[in-house]
Write a protein that binds this ligand. Structure first.
Ligand SMILES: Cc1ncc(COP(=O)(O)O)c(C=O)c1O
Length: 361
């Protein structure tokens, strides 16, 4: 058992049983006598693992048959470019909803590749919320509408997804995929870098409605076309074998935990513990995000001064509460409490918060 509580935003904490089974597979994968790092991505043992990983994810998320799960590289950031390359056809407009740093990064890539309409932005509110349906200025026949379901840096999250009619909804779910039940059929594409709720860095999961993959213009390089990866079952080139192994183990763990409904209950409980600590602190700890949009995954807050914030992070670190510093672009404190983060760790944090407040108020 480790004695550190890891609040890192990503790469992030992984479940203990996953680390144990991975450490075994590092030495000997599936009784092959070879490490998972040494086996071919085209070997029968790995192929079986890849099929099972997709099946587990499909079962846990209840993914309909007209979707394909892909295991790609390049992070969520490559998807910022691949999505417009594949879907933003000439003469079309893509709607983007700007809710923070990673939405902005997605928009930066899309505007290089086609026409973009910012359907809504909460920038003027310092990204302390996500927009409501009534605020959206959607393009009726848009190629797609892109959202960031959970804003990892700012600490906000959609509680209900935008309704976009027949326009495919495309969601960057890097920091909240698998944290609660999800109706995949409402989306055209869901994508997520694995390194928060699914596994280590190095693999990006893309869940794509198959008909959308046929739209890509021929002049897009093959490796950047979704159809290439669908045809080759994620093995067009060497796939991230070891990272996919870990995703497989995380899926097994998630199933053992009771699946997404159970996960949601635990995540709600953990988040409520930290938000209660903020709300009952008489303003010492201030959460900037509007209550209706508070993230279950990344809880962000400020202290009365930057000096106190520095002291908070440093003293928490000495108590083995690691990774609490807010993102460099916004400062403050961020507690990332993904699926694998234990309730005891949240309790240790709220105990520390109470002690720190008593000593410094
Ligand atoms: C919501 C979101 N989108 C995109 C990214 C970028 O992901 P990657 O580093 O995998 O490209 C991150 C990384 O933290 C993120 O949290």
């Amino acid at each position: 058992m480790r004695n550190v509580f890891n609040f890192n935003p990503g790469p992030a904490i992984l479940p203990e049983p996953v680390l144990e089974s991975t450490s075994k597979a590092i030495l000997n994968f599936a009784n092959t006598g070879m490490s998972i790092m040494e086996v071919s991505h085209r070997s029968k043992d790995f192929d079986a693992l890849l099929i099972e990983t997709e099946a587990l994810l499909t079962e846990i998320l209840n993914i309909p048959e007209n979707y394909k799960v892909l295991f790609l590289q390049g992070g969520a950031s490559l998807q910022f470019a691949m999505i417009p390359m594949n879907l933003l056809l000439s003469g079309k407009t893509a709607d983007y909803i700007d809710t923070g740093n990673f939405s902005k990064n997605a928009i930066k890539e899309a505007v290089k590749l086609g026409t973009v309409n910012i359907a809504a932005s909460t920038k003027d509110d310092k990204y302390t919320r996500v927009p409501e349906q009534g605020e959206l200025k959607l393009t009726p026949d848009a190629a797609y509408c892109h959202i960031t379901s959970n804003n990892t840096i700012e600490g906000s999250q959609y509680k209900a997804f935008p309704a976009t009619g027949s326009v495919p909804l495309v969601a960057d779910m890097s920091s909240d995929i698998l944290s609660k039940p999800l109706d995949v059929s409402k989306f055209g594409i869901i994508y997520a870098g694995a390194q928060k709720n699914m596994g280590p860095a190095g693999v990006t999961i893309v869940i794509i409605r198959k008909d959308l993959a046929d739209l890509c213009p021929d002049n897009v390089p093959g490796i950047l076309q979704y159809s290439t990866h669908i045809k080759n079952n994620s093995c067009f080139n060497t796939c991230p074998v070891t990272s996919i192994f870990v995703v497989h183990e995380v899926m097994k763990w998630l199933k053992d935990m009771g699946g997404l409904k159970e996960m949601e209950k635990i995540n709600e409980k953990k988040a409520a513990m930290v938000y209660d600590a903020l709300d009952s602190s008489g303003g010492f700890y201030k959460g900037g995000v509007q209550k209706a949009c508070r993230s279950l995954m990344n809880v962000t807050f400020r202290l009365p001064s930057e000096e106190l914030e520095e002291a908070f992070v440093s003293q928490a670190g000495k108590k083995n509460l690691k990774g609490l510093k807010g993102h460099r672009s916004v400062g403050g404190i961020r507690a990332s409490i993904y699926n694998a983060f234990p309730v005891e760790g949240v309790q240790a944090l709220t105990d520390f918060m109470a002690d720190f407040m008593k000593a410094n108020r």
